[in-house]
Design a protein around this ligand. Structure first.
Ligand SMILES: Cc1cc2nc3c(=O)[nH]c(=O)nc-3n(C[C@H](O)[C@H](O)[C@H](O)COP(=O)(O)OP(=O)(O)OC[C@H]3O[C@@H](n4cnc5c(N)ncnc54)[C@H](O)[C@@H]3O)c2cc1C
Length: 498
């Protein structure tokens, strides 16, 4: 495009901020408008009595994406953030009582699985990852780092027949995982990666096996001081490059004249003119509420009905007395019946009776009042907030009953902390929706359920000239690295200022 001057970014989630930093560095006059009192969107922070919790993401993967963002916009990442590679990456406990702690370095994973899950486990896992590595090589550039372009995207992917065979379009993560893994515990490990995009492994494409590959090859990372430091640092970078960030400023309408975006209207009626509008609000909100009706908007809105929203989660923030010896930074406690969990989330749309429990317990002084305390972020998958058709998470007593059940489940699986809880905060999908304007509290925007889901996700270029989409509900999808890549794609589509 080129030559654009004024850019308005609607939303200061990581995707919006990364787009703002890149566009400001490209010479545009950028204004970011965020409805919440602070930046970061789902990357929230909760502090009380000396405890501090990330309320959203707890795991950073694909660090190179963030390194690229910082070096493309100014000083390198390590001058502003302290990234720590986690080792072990994650501790697992299966329903039969087996435990394993997956190391943070790829070469050590096979031997560890052999020791903990039985000889041959490492070889099976490595064979799966070799396939996943090939999938990554085939999809990273043409899919994750490029704009969606309908048939052209498929053509880019299909250029080499071998690549198509590798990616196995039409096959599911469960299907291809099961081809390599015979042990039900290894299969659970693979299935879990579908939940990284709020999806069902029985419907998500095999290409999602790239997620364990990138996690194990490039590492699992933590940001010292909490992951919320990431959006703060990106916002600072955008401001350093001349952008303005206005919090507490809700956008109620994207203004369209002559078929192109010309600015936005704020809740107080103010009009902010722009040559380019970059929307980091959820695509459903953009096409459903923020844009005036027109044929292209109606078509984009109808297309959204073809993708399943990602699942949500219930989060417990636990302010604990004392420390848990030997606890990994991340721990996953699996249930007996994983499929019952996916049935509850996607088919029955009911709270999960016996959920997988994820605990993130950073060993970071920024999260605790003293060294004899710890702050736990506990997450269980949950269906979205859907009063009427699904679960109404505001129903009296539901949040507390769910939290009690999660604490009892933790106790059943060997982590009983009930007598160490100083206080707890429960955050439901309804809270997530209210605070981050994410419809239904979907964690990752749209899920990857269905063979074609990846191609049905809204593109980064909207059908209206001058209007672009960035963030988890648009291409290439949710999760911190992908939303940051979506910002790179948008900055490329807009181009530098002339
Ligand atoms: C509990 C939880 C755990 C997660 N764990 C991980 C993890 O471990 N690793 C990982 O990589 N990802 C994780 N994620 C996903 C990750 O948080 C998201 O994919 C990512 O943060 C989304 O970024 P985004 O740019 O799409 O914007 P969002 O964070 O969704 O931000 C959008 C912003 O737009 C603002 N906005 C919306 N509408 C308007 C409007 N009309 N006017 C002004 N502002 C508006 C919102 O207030 C919000 O700040 C997790 C998410 C949650 C909720």
């Amino acid at each position: 495009m080129g030559g654009v001057g004024r850019v308005v970014v609607v939303g200061a989630g990581l995707g919006g901020l990364a787009a703002a930093a890149r566009l400001a560095a490209g010479g545009h006059a950028v204004t970011v408008l965020e409805q919440a009192p602070q930046v970061g969107g789902k990357l929230g922070w909760f502090a009380r009595d000396g405890y501090g919790f990330d309320t959203g993401p707890s795991l950073l993967t694909l660090p190179q994406v963030f390194t690229d963002l910082f070096s493309a916009t100014g000083d390198p990442l390590d001058t502003v953030l302290d990234l720590q590679r986690l080792d072990p990456a994650v501790g697992y406990r299966f329903a039969d009582g087996t435990t394993t702690a997956v190391p943070g370095r790829l070469a050590e994973i096979g031997p560890r699985l052999d020791d903990d899950l039985g000889a041959g486990s490492g070889a099976q896992w490595s064979a799966l990852l070799t396939r996943a590595e090939a999938m990554w090589a085939a999809t990273e550039q043409p899919f994750l780092r490029s704009p969606l372009a309908g048939a052209a995207t498929l053509a880019r992917l299909a250029r080499r027949l071998d690549d198509v065979r590798t990616i196995a379009p039409g096959r599911t993560l469960r299907g291809v995982g099961g081809q390599y893994l015979t042990d039900p515990r290894l299969r659970m490990l693979a299935d879990r990666y579908a939940t990284y995009s709020g999806s069902d492994p029985r419907r998500a494409p095999a290409a999602l096996l790239t997620v364990p590959w990138v996690e194990q090859a490039f590492g699992s990372w933590y940001v010292r001081g909490g992951l919320r430091r990431l959006p703060e640092a990106v916002a600072d970078r955008a401001v350093e490059r001349g952008a303005t960030v206005r919090t507490g400023t809700a956008v109620t309408e994207v203004l369209v004249e002559g078929g192109r975006a010309v600015g936005v209207r704020l809740a107080d009626g103010e009009r902010v003119p722009a040559d380019v509008v970059v929307c980091n609000a959820d695509a459903t909100a953009l096409y459903g509420r923020l844009l005036p009706r027109s044929a292209p908007v109606r078509r984009a809105r109808a297309a959204l009905h073809r993708v399943t929203p990602s699942s949500s989660g219930v989060v417990l923030l636990l302010a604990l007395r004392g420390r848990t010896p030997g606890l990994a930074h991340h721990t996953v406690l699996f249930p007996h019946d994983y499929d019952a969990e996916f049935d509850a989330l996607f088919r029955r749309k009911r709270p999960v009776d016996d959920p997988t429990v994820y605990v993130s317990a950073p060993d970071d002084p920024a999260t605790r009042p003293d060294d004899d305390s710890e702050a736990w972020f506990v997450l269980v998958n949950a269906p979205r907030h859907e009063p009427g058709g699904g679960v109404d998470w505001t129903a009296p007593g539901l949040a507390d009953a769910t939290a009690d059940r999660v604490l009892a489940t933790l106790a059943d699986r060997g982590l009983d902390v009930r007598d160490r809880v100083r206080w707890r905060v429960v955050r439901t999908p309804a809270d997530l929706e209210r605070e981050t304007a994410s419809p239904g509290g979907s964690i990752y925007g749209t899920s990857s359920n269905g063979a074609r889901a990846a191609f049905l996700r809204p593109g980064n270029a909207s059908p209206l000239p001058g209007l672009f989409l960035v963030g988890g509900s648009a291409h290439p999808g949710g999760g911190l690295p992908l939303v940051t890549l979506s910002a790179e794609i948008v900055a490329g589509l807009v181009g530098p200022a002339r």
